[in-house]
Write a new protein. Structure first.
Length: 160
């Protein structure tokens, strides 16, 4: 039996970079991406940190460009951790990201949810193997772990 774990589940750094690049290049992208993605949906830590900075800049109505992003990351003490100015410039060069950034953002979101589900099912497996004689508690814990993952997806996709 081939079981996929959270650590081996594939993610696509190129997609994350394309989404971030689009947010930096296309003014209309950031509001839509900020509405659809949360920082923890980014698998790569450097992309997560950059997205946090971009969200903060967007919410503060700051202009988003390489200089202001570099300054924001430096102020947070994260510039070197994300790869410095070189990585930011590399992301700005992602002009192909403008073509399908909405689709790329949807894939980043999907992959994040799948990683969460894999983590929850791994925890449920451990619960089942170590289950007490009363399985009601195990079932309730398993349900709550799955609901925690799926409730975020349902809540974030709900539109009035």
């Amino acid at each position: 039996m081939n079981m996929m774990t959270e650590t081996t589940f594939s993610h696509d750094s190129d997609l994350e970079e394309a989404v971030i690049g689009a947010c930096m290049i296309e003014r209309a992208a950031m509001p839509l991406v900020a509405d659809k993605l949360r920082p923890e949906m980014f698998y790569e830590e450097k992309n997560l940190e950059i997205f946090v900075a971009l969200q903060s800049m967007y919410r503060s109505a700051k202009s988003i460009d390489t200089i202001t992003l570099k300054n924001e990351l430096a102020a947070r003490g994260k510039l070197d951790a994300v790869g410095g100015e070189a990585y930011i410039l590399e992301l700005m060069g992602q002009t192909l990201s403008l073509v399908n950034w909405q689709h790329h953002a949807a894939i980043v979101r999907r992959d994040s949810m799948l990683r969460e589900l894999i983590g929850a099912t791994n925890e449920i497996n451990a619960l089942a193997y170590n289950a007490p004689t009363d399985t009601k508690e195990v079932v309730e814990l398993a349900e709550s772990k799955l609901l925690k993952v799926t409730a975020r997806e349902v809540k974030s996709s709900y539109k009035t």
